[in-house]
Design a protein around this ligand. Sequence first.
Ligand code: NAD
Length: 512
Amino acid sequence: MEEVTATAVRQPCDDSGGTKAETRQSSDGKGGAPVTQREEFDVLFLGGGPAGYVGALYAAKLGLRVAVVERDRLGGTCLHRGCIPTKALLQTAALYRAIREAGPRAGVTADGVRFDAAAAHRAKGEAVLKLEQGIRHLFKRARIEVFRGTGRLLGPSIFAPAGAVGVRGEGGEDVVLTPKAVVIATGSRPKALPGLPPDGGRIVTSDEALTLEEVPRSAVIVGGGAIGVEWASLWRDLGAAVTVVEAAETLLPGEDAAIGRELARQFKKRGIRVLTGTTVDVDGTEPLPDGVRVRVRPVHGAGDGNVLEADVVLVAVGRAPNVEDLGLEAAGVRLENGFIATGPHYETTAPSIYAAGDVIGPPMLAHYAQAVARRVIDHLAGRGGGRLDPRLVPRAVYSFPEVAAVGLTEAAARAEGRDVAVGTFPFRGIGKAVIEGEVDGFVKIVADRSTRDVLGVHIIGPRATELIGEGALALLMEAAVDELGEAIRPHPTLSEALLEAALAVDGLAIHA
Ligand code: NAD
């Protein structure tokens, strides 16, 4: 990887294989730091998160000359503040639970089991670092050049179809890049909620929650989406008293209603308080010496409010795209509902400027961002590309129990007027689930009775996030539900639940 720091960009740089660089005085005419101009790149990614770094690696594999502008660390939110560090902590929580609960049941007891927060954070940090080093190594091998600093579109220029991108390094030095194409992949940040401004300690977003050294004794989590339920599960496993406040009628309201209801049932069994149909009162927040008091009220009707007190309030009400200060307007890149509007090849409204990842809107998922970035590169490399069908994008939530789904919910399929048939099979009837002691939850398959198409697969229970790969493949291959029931699974495995659920569509499940 050629990493160009603020100082290094001042040097004409030809060590990346015949690159062409030109140094001139800054354009403000005030004799500021010299500006280096580079024009040899086929594609430049603005942002080195899942969309940017995966797109860059894929582009390099296809022989394109690639640059990535990143002001922070390669890997983005997913690697540093999202998917990876949270799953590392959830892994600790799962182990802690297993040693205490599954261990004795299976004949393994351990004395003096305790949670060591410092060690858990160390393990999390090590996982992140290893993966970051992995990306850096792959970048180096692929000769991808990284420009450290904040990038901004400078508007159309006669030098490059995509216009120029200015990069301001940490020391204030500039480099101007004029690539053939630009992909905006600047990601997103946690949304704030009026009345609950993050203060880094008592009122936090998922960013700060990751840096808390200790598990709070009590937590109110506002938002029962993916982030809210993962943190609720994590903190509960580590001993906190947790309340989840969700405005919709079920947890994970984007998912099949049966999944949200089952998750709430299992959460309650674990001692997590779940308040659905409830929102926070924006004027009802009060700091306490050791925490926060928040007033909550029903979303509908005039029912009584409730006052909750906790050490920590986590605000997890969605994420906002990072579209400010990018020079979008000058470059002609238009927004739609706050996100960057994109066409059939994820092109923006400005020529040769594309967008991928959270900036283009939901689903805001790392694997979707990566897949879109690859589509953009396929298009640029003349290999097709085109828009992905969002129905083929699996969703995965790493709470206990895990939740994963792909395709249509039952309600969405009915709303489309499909001739819906549903097959549900509980993990209770699966040998491997019984052996593992995780029998709660089910697989639900939504199919079309007349065409036999699989429309959606919904899983709550053990290893749901791994099992959903089968559903994603079935949908991509346009499998008939009969094929999902015919494919032979090894016995005993949890994957047999998919076979049984497929048979259940016609009332033919064996172990039910
Ligand atoms: P989300 O949109 O998934 O969920 C936010 C929830 O907050 C919604 O259920 C909404 O109804 C609720 N809400 C909003 N305002 C509220 C209020 N005032 N009071 C009570 N509830 C309120 O957003 P998120 O959980 O913050 O996650 C952000 C993004 O990151 C999502 O796109 C998510 O898919 C993604 N993400 C995914 C994973 C995963 O797949 N494992 C993990 C983390 C984040």
